[in-house]
Ligand binder design. Structure first.
Ligand SMILES: [Zn+2]
Length: 503
């Protein structure tokens, strides 16, 4: 049966491919709210009310850290911290009568609503637990919602640990976000939970990977509405092979072929490790250089492509050394090696990235941070090769534009899924505008290039007869409107494999 849809002048494009996401975090964070930047009772209550609208009734809403931004500002200026924020418990109960709420305050105390206190069977007149205190109204003896110490820990213990059903509840909302954004494929940072849980990693960042079982279960239930290119864990490449997973193989909508690792950190003040004045520690995210080089060569020999988080100049230099060594040591093959972020390569590393024809995953949304600080840290010469998207393209690299959704709570700003915002930022960046992309290049970075990165250029990324019908209808032709209006473009329709999944 064929349905004919008249687009009335709107733009049909291939479905967006977001080549770097953390789906499991998006599903888990559904239940959490970020309160760092909240500046008063009204804003805090609004955040709770908005969480209540997206979270199924009866499930817990939690979050932190209330009052953090003003406390840290006071610390920085050497002033005493302001009094901890208080929320009227009646107003908090009104924000959601149907969810237990437990919010952490920057001073370590918690604020609970009446439903959370009721789950703990806290009754008026009951003595406080040893080492804890439930604040009470002196006139009525009723709890005010503020709980301290052991009393707060008891409430935290009441929250159910994450389990598959909670992950599925979060995943349903995350999948709806993807459909609304016009994203038909994600390249997701994933893990084999069983293998990962037997390994002690240097940091807990690897926990930001999605348990592969979540995708498999969604697929079993017929609820998966996005194709997934799952990056598994590079240091566990032997376990990945032992689990029977092969590069360029598919399990329904789930596909394999790339393995992810980190070299260096994210918000380094001193990204230039090759600078003699360098004071950072860039190696904290892998075991040692020899092991990392061997893992890359081993994964490549097994037919997997490394996808490596790389920020500073030394990290780039090492990565390129390891990539070149693996290519020299192993048999020739079609490779799709990748660099994630590529914030601060030097001019020489940009040239090497281009020569190897690497795929570079960049996030214009990450350029929202304080750019004056970047300029100050880097100095004028290095700033020229930072976030140098145009230079990378000119050198011969392929670019993917990616969201890194849902971002990091450390950045205090969750990253929304917003392909059109990302395209607008790539096209209109004000900081070093010579590095801007054209709208067409940005679209290619969201479709053609990520399809190539997963060896699926014969299946998706363009609108061609014989390919999967993963398509998106945009409310206007972003190739012809003024760049300032790109951001306002709506995703009117999302089609996955010929089926309309959003309209
Ligand atoms: Zn990431």
């Amino acid at each position: 049966m064929t349905e004919v849809i008249d687009l009335r002048g709107r733009l049909l494009i291939p479905g967006f491919i977001d080549a770097h996401t953390h789906f499991g975090n998006a599903a888990a964070w559904l239940f959490r709210i970020s309160l760092y930047e909240v500046h008063g009772e009204r804003e805090a209550l609004e955040a709770v009310a908005s969480a209540a609208r997206r979270i199924p009734e009866g499930l817990w809403i939690s979050g932190g850290d209330l009052g953090a931004a003003s406390a840290w500002a006071a610390d920085a200026e050497g002033r005493p911290r302001p009094d901890p924020m208080r929320l009227d418990i009646r107003a908090l109960d009104a924000a959601t009568p149907a969810h237990p709420v437990l919010l952490r305050r920057v001073d370590g105390a918690y604020i609970a609503n009446s439903l959370a206190l009721a789950r703990a069977r806290t009754t008026p007149g009951e003595p406080d637990p040893r080492g804890g205190r439930i604040e009470r109204d002196p006139a009525t003896g009723e709890p005010t919602g503020v709980v301290h110490g052991r009393a707060a820990e008891q409430l935290v213990d009441l929250m159910p640990p994450s389990n598959l059903e909670l992950q599925i509840a979060g995943a349903r909302v995350a999948l709806a976000d993807l459909r609304r954004a016009g994203i038909t494929t994600i390249h997701d940072v994933a893990r084999l939970e069983e293998a990962s849980s037997r390994r002690l990693f240097h940091t807990h960042v690897e926990r930001s990977a999605t348990d592969l079982e979540l995708f498999r279960e969604l697929q079993r239930r017929g609820e998966l509405t996005v194709r997934v290119y799952a990056f598994l864990t590079l240091p566990l490449w032997r376990e990945v092979l032992a689990a029977g997973i092969r590069p360029r193989s598919d399990e329904g909508l789930i596909r394999f072929g790339a393995l992810k690792a980190f070299i260096d950190g994210f918000l380094m003040d001193e990204p230039y490790a090759d600078d003699p004045d360098y004071s950072g520690s860039f190696t904290f995210r892998f075991v040692d250089e020899r092991t990392m080089a061997a893992d890359i060569a081993g994964a490549d020999a097994g037919g997997f492509d490394p996808v490596i988080h790389t920020i500073g100049d030394k990290a780039h230099r090492l990565l390129l050394d390891w990539y070149e060594a693996a290519i020299r040591a192993n048999a020739p093959r079609d490779r799709r090696f990748r660099v994630i972020h590529a914030w601060y390569p030097s001019a020489r590393e940009i040239e090497r990235i281009g020569r190897l024809g690497l795929i570079v995953d960049v996030t214009p949304q990450q350029l929202m941070r304080n750019l004056a600080t970047i300029d100050r840290h880097l100095g004028p010469a290095r700033a020229k090769t930072a976030f140098a998207w145009r230079s990378l393209l000119d050198a011969g690299a392929r670019l993917d534009i990616v969201s890194d959704w849902p971002g990091s709570f450390n950045e205090r700003r969750p990253t929304p899924l917003a392909p059109l915002e990302n395209i607008a930022l790539a096209v209109m960046r004000g900081w070093h505008p010579e590095q801007r992309l054209t709208v067409e290049e940005a679209l290619i970075a969201y479709t053609v290039n990520p399809a190539f990165a997963s060896y699926e250029e014969d299946r998706k990324g363009t609108i061609t007869e014989g390919k999967l019908a993963d398509l998106v209808v945009l409310s206007q032709d972003i190739l012809s409107v003024p760049p300032e209006s790109i951001r306002a473009t709506q995703v009117d329709m999302t089609i996955l494999g010929g089926r309309v999944i959003h309209r």
